[in-house]
Design a protein. Structure first.
Length: 375
């Protein structure tokens, strides 16, 4: 630990967990092809939206028979759309170990008021016992707990011959972690969380089994127009061909397309995972030589490679002081722990962050901790 201020700063100080850093080399000029001032329902507009869907399938390696749609209201909108549209025919098992998962528990119990619900929770830093899941029921979970840094290790706990649906909030796992789509019936994410895209839009991915549920089940509650995925008992296929439910920002769509083109250029999913793993390894090495810093996620196998959450020895005020110091030095922005999480730091390590910038950040963490703990 040193009180000497480091001489070298990260080239990009954006380590926020969402929206996260833009792709390397991004400028406003990257969006020069955006269809601004054009209708999203024009031939060119629909073609651009469909291009975003096609690139999503290619980069994420989504099976050909899964539908991909661009929907309103970020990942939250995509998850809510799935919950309101699909739940009801079976009992529900829901797993939560941080704030966003807790939010889905609240929606299922307090908003939809479903009765046959089993909830499995764990404190920040831990994972519930996934083996308790009953796959004759619908199972809801986040793949990566953004505010706790805890993720599911893989999809091996999910059977291929399940009877119920699996509904997965994957917003900080997509484009960084290996998700087995054959085990997932609903996948949601927001592109600002993982690829640095501009916000307000979500992505909803449905398996054939999820589509069959949509076409055979009528929810017992009124469905807001913005959630409706069927008409006359049939899937509205246009939603999954680029005909969005409401008006999207073509500037945001272009930003997503640019990010997906970059993702292809760095090697697709294999390259993206490697970049995130290399970034998380920088922090892991720093923790290994820093006795006052610790991973919030206790088990290595369930530790996130994107939203890396840390705790620090000392007063709860120490990380808050560090965040202010680092922002004042323009070294790291928005790295404080989520408001409901234990006091600490949360550093985004997804693929759009350069490993060299994280390496330059580590000495600044040493300096900021020393400054924050001076009596």
């Amino acid at each position: 630990m040193t009180t000497t201020k480091p001489a070298v700063r990260p080239a990009n100080a954006h380590f926020s967990s969402g929206p996260c850093a833009k792709i390397p080399g991004w400028t406003v000029q990257s969006l020069h092809n955006a269809l601004t001032g054009r209708s999203h329902r024009s031939g060119e507009g629909k073609k651009r939206l469909k291009r975003a869907i096609e690139l999503t399938r290619e980069v994420l390696e989504v099976p050909a028979d899964y539908r991909i749609g661009i929907v309103p209201a970020s990942d939250t909108g995509a998850v809510e759309m799935a919950l309101w549209s699909l739940l009801g025919p079976r009992g529900i098992d829901i797993f939560a170990w941080e704030s966003f998962g807790d939010g889905w528990v609240s929606d299922v119990l307090k908003q939809l008021k479903l009765a046959d619900v089993r909830k499995f929770t764990a404190a920040y830093g831990a994972l519930p016992d996934l083996m308790q899941a009953d796959f004759s029921r619908d199972v809801i979970f986040t793949w990566n707990g953004t505010t706790s840094g805890v993720r599911v290790p893989d999809g091996s706990w999910i059977p291929a011959d399940r009877e119920g649906l699996t509904i997965c909030d994957a917003t900080s796992a997509a484009f960084a972690q290996d998700m087995d789509f054959s085990k997932l019936d609903v996948v949601t994410f927001s592109w600002q969380k993982v690829l640095g895209g501009e916000g307000a839009h979500g992505v909803l991915i449905l398996s054939p089994r999820a589509v069959a549920r949509l076409e055979s089940h009528t929810p017992a509650w009124p469905m807001p127009k913005i959630f409706r995925l069927t008409s006359g008992g049939k899937l509205i296929e246009g939603i999954f061909e680029g005909e969005t439910i409401n008006t999207p920002s073509m500037l945001c769509v272009e930003d997503y397309v640019v990010a997906l083109d970059w993702a292809k250029a760095v090697g697709g999913m294999k390259g993206l995972r490697a970049r995130a793993d290399a970034n998380a390894a920088v922090i892991d090495r720093w923790i290994g030589r820093t006795p006052t810093a610790h991973h919030l996620a206790k088990v290595e196998a369930t530790r996130s490679n994107t939203s890396v959450c840390l705790t620090l020895d000392g007063s709860p005020e120490v990380p808050k002081k560090m965040v202010k110091l680092l922002e004042a030095e323009k070294v790291a922005f928005d790295i404080g722990a989520y408001r409901d999480a234990p006091p600490g730091l949360r550093i985004w390590c997804g693929a759009t962050v350069e490993t060299s910038d994280l390496e330059k950040l580590m000495p600044w963490l040493d300096w900021a901790y020393a400054q924050a703990t001076i009596a």
